[in-house]
Design a protein around this ligand. Structure first.
Ligand code: DGL
Length: 284
């Protein structure tokens, strides 16, 4: 990043760039990431894409998820964004290792989440909760071991948690039971740090704290990515925005229930109505 900063001072990268940052998720769960970004980057503008017509990603194959990810990135680049955040953990897996290159910087949420967990762990026993796609791709295991091969990682797929959050059942006793059922093996394994490796899980922070009796440090990948982008802007990786303009939330399908979940996840922020978009590539 020192090099990027020098480049910016020399005029190669403009100090200011008022284009928005794009982010996308399989649906509206990524609004938890949106909220962290809005908080950490008060001057930046954002366009959010929720691929609600094709969700969930968490139960799909890597090949299908990759195709969706590349289409979403292409769509956001056509929206003239200056950087892209892949808010969805299941989708972020496709980008691990930074082997693909794009016209703008593209961030995944897994690597910053893994780095934050490594800083937090006291006993080098890290737990990961995620969708089936994230867990079977061993996304966080790979990212953690790339940074520290001595850390022990315990994974748990939690396919029931996304629907519980989307139903608004965070305070229902049933949710506490399900959460406990998922974290019990991690408690037995002596995990000290737990990565909430899915867009929806920060909404279950209280349930997770209760289930783990406050004995695990909970890592929110959305905060980790927001901090990383703030640091990259500060060091000149891309230009900062001078003033925030209107936020845009686009989805590939609009329904009353998506809007209702969106309003709930974004509270206390007031959000504009969801706009339905067609992301298919332009005809050549
Ligand atoms: N956004 C997904 C994730 O973070 C969860 C929802 C889905 O499976 O599409 O993994």
């Amino acid at each position: 990043t020192d090099t990027a900063f020098t480049a910016s001072r020399m005029g190669k990268i403009p100090m200011f760039d008022n284009r928005p940052i794009g982010l996308f998720d399989s649906g509206i769960g990524g609004l938890t990431v949106f909220k962290s970004l809005l908080h950490a980057l008060p001057h930046e503008s954002f366009v959010y894409l929720g691929d609600t017509a094709r969700l969930p990603y968490g139960s799909k194959s890597p090949q299908t998820i990759e195709r969706y990810v590349l289409q979403n990135i292409d769509f956001l680049i056509r929206k003239n964004v200056k950087a892209i955040v892949v808010a969805c953990n299941s989708a972020s897996t496709v980008l691990l290792g930074g082997t693909k290159s794009f016209a703008v910087p593209v961030y995944n949420v897994i690597e910053p989440g893994a780095a934050t967990a490594l800083k937090a762990t006291s006993g080098k026993k890290i737990g990961v909760l995620g969708t089936k796609a994230t867990i079977s791709a061993k996304s966080y295991v790979r990212a953690l071991h790339a940074l520290d091969s001595s850390v022990q990682v315990f994974q748990q797929a939690c396919p029931l948690l996304v629907p519980l959050v989307e139903e608004g059942w965070e305070s229902d006793p049933i949710t506490n039971l399900v959460v406990y059922r998922y974290v019990a093996p991690l408690i037995d394994a002596g995990v000290d740090t737990l990565i909430m490796g899915c867009t929806h899980y920060p909404a279950l922070r209280t349930n997770l704290e209760k289930a783990t009796a406050g004995r695990m440090t909970l890592v929110d990948s959305s905060e980790a990515i927001a901090n990383l982008i703030a640091a990259d802007i500060a060091s000149g990786r891309f230009g900062a925005s001078e003033m925030r303009s209107d936020l845009e939330i686009m989805t590939t399908d609009v329904s009353a229930s998506f809007s209702e979940v969106a309003i709930r996840l974004m509270a206390p922020h007031v959000i504009p109505p969801l706009v339905e978009v067609d992301i298919s590539p332009l005809a050549p």
